[in-house]
Design a protein around this ligand. Sequence first.
Ligand code: FES
Length: 564
Amino acid sequence: MPSICDRNITKEVITQLEHAPQPPKSQLLEVRFGAVKDLHGEPSGIFKEPHDEAIYVGLTGLAGDEHVYAPHGGVERAVMQYDADHYADWRCESSPFPDLFQLGDFGENLVATGMTEANVCVGDLYRVGKEVVLQVSEPRDPCYKLNKRFQWPRALKRITRTGRVGWLMRVLQTGYIRKGDEMVLLERPHPQWSLLNVKRVVQGKSVPLELVQELMELDVLTETVRGYAAKRMLTATKRYRLVSAENVTSRVKHLTFELDEHNLVIHKPTFPAYSFAKIDFGPDFSISRSYSIVSGDMNRFTLGVALDDNTRGGSSYIHSKLALGDEIRMTPGSDPAGIEAEEKCTPDAIDNRIIIIGGIGVTAFLPSIDLCEAQNLPYEVHYAVRSPEDAAFVDRIPSSRLKLYAKTQQKRLDVQELIPPPSESDGRFTTRIFTCGPNRLMDTVREHAARLGYPPHLLHFESFEGAGKAAKDSKPFNVTVHDEEAGRSVQLRVEADKTLLRTLRDAGFDMTYLCERGGCGACKVAVAKGEVCHNGMGLLEKERGDYMLSCVDRAVTDIEILYD
Ligand code: FES
């Protein structure tokens, strides 16, 4: 009986993998190939016709089969197969055009029954007919064109979540195949690695990293899937131990952590630009805080943590209780909007970078300062502190670039003097302004830059105050949450002292988030109706009209959002 598949790989918590059952002996219901055609205004190789005659299968696929993009075919992806029984299931879903799901519509070359992503493994060898031998190379990586193909905006999402993606194969033995040929399993070197398990390990919500490592080391895997596994390894939460802690000022500790999972191999462990570390520590890892990376890579990294007068317990725990040898968990985060803005700031567009820092805000920009030095980019650092002794990490900033403003020496950082107006000759802005410090300093920079008319991509703010808390003077608002997958809507009230993110989590929504300061974009939700005031920097330019950051943005009317 066909049914709606309620599997959602992206929400799965995986602890171990079962071996896949063997597929039954299967017969080819159809053999298909075709030329590139128009798919609603785009060329696509998805249209394939069934053929009854014997078809030659060469190393790069069926004779006469075409692809638009080279990576969609070639030796590693010569032949595609899809389970015929999936189609009845698709027709039971909520697609507006269920009749578009007919045999061959996923663009497969081979149509057979009984073989699915759950009982076919990467590395499996199948004899097809008398001559051809195929080796399963990867689960298909579905793309947005499937939304067009099935005229259903949720198609790609549903295909990804259910894992009903189909698979690709190499041709180890060329020859002829035809409709009615048998497909027989010859060898199964990796019974644990069903195509479904590969997808679950790459996309699941949580997975033991030993499994990711094992997947990366599979010799039969394509480089594409190996790359996904490597990315998973990079971005996953990992265990570290504190190996050194020193006071760099009376209020700032410099902490070094080393990876405690020695069996893991992290390829390219460098933190990307604008990275931060979300660390979980304390009893049962119940305290979570995000800090900028001071130096190092994912094998060994350092943080600078200031003792916060308004602490919620995080910095005081680190200063007074976190001991050498203690375990923490670290999840790396990044700032895609910061990277997007940086890409626009080419050397011919920007002739200076002004870095304005208050207190421990210095840690936010140490990697950027290193980068400016390495690339010989012009920059200047203006650093406000209570006294010269409070200035942390000044040894990381060349003295020729640094201007220190110590309150005890009556030196005052004047934002209005620092931020240059646009060029008198052509009205262009050619300075990029970076700011990290207390909210008062950030607000002053924000207001002055706005008065001068600075474009947003030239302003970069890093906030370290009030993570997870609603800003002072926030107003309450009502939100209707449409849960598309569950087919329900829920009405919630976001109180003045609470963020939308915390409200959603308290109501049982499984939210993704990291920094809780509006910097990383991880907590974004789509806004279907209503007006929003954006307080964070974590949305890409193209996202600003359609999304809000649930950790910092506020609604100014009743709103409707999509939980997906
Ligand atoms: S969690 Fe990072 S922007 Fe909201």
